[in-house]
Write a protein that binds this ligand. Sequence first.
Ligand SMILES: [Zn+2]
Length: 110
Amino acid sequence: MPYPPPRPPAPNGPSYCPRCHEPVIWCVTVNQRAQMVDHEPNPDGNQAVRVDHTGRWLVRQLTHERPTPEGAEKLHMPHVATCPVPAPRPRPRLAIPRGRQGVRPHRWQR
Ligand SMILES: [Zn+2]
């Protein structure tokens, strides 16, 4: 097959966190990325969640220009902030010693 198989679409709507299995809502951000928010609305949250006319769950972060939920938006907490099983941190890369290892010295270096 010349092309890799297509990735399954990101989940959208109420579901469960794949790490901690808590109920969450998968939403689409303004940048078309998938993001989990907690299932229960939280007035302390900073993510405004709404369902558009096609049934898609959308989320936007509150900003200085639009600091309050508008219309049917409800405030939720981002799930990454409350997930008890956080994503693993990327491993620090091993420092590769730089130097002249393996390089044959030239005549003037001997
Ligand atoms: Zn979780």
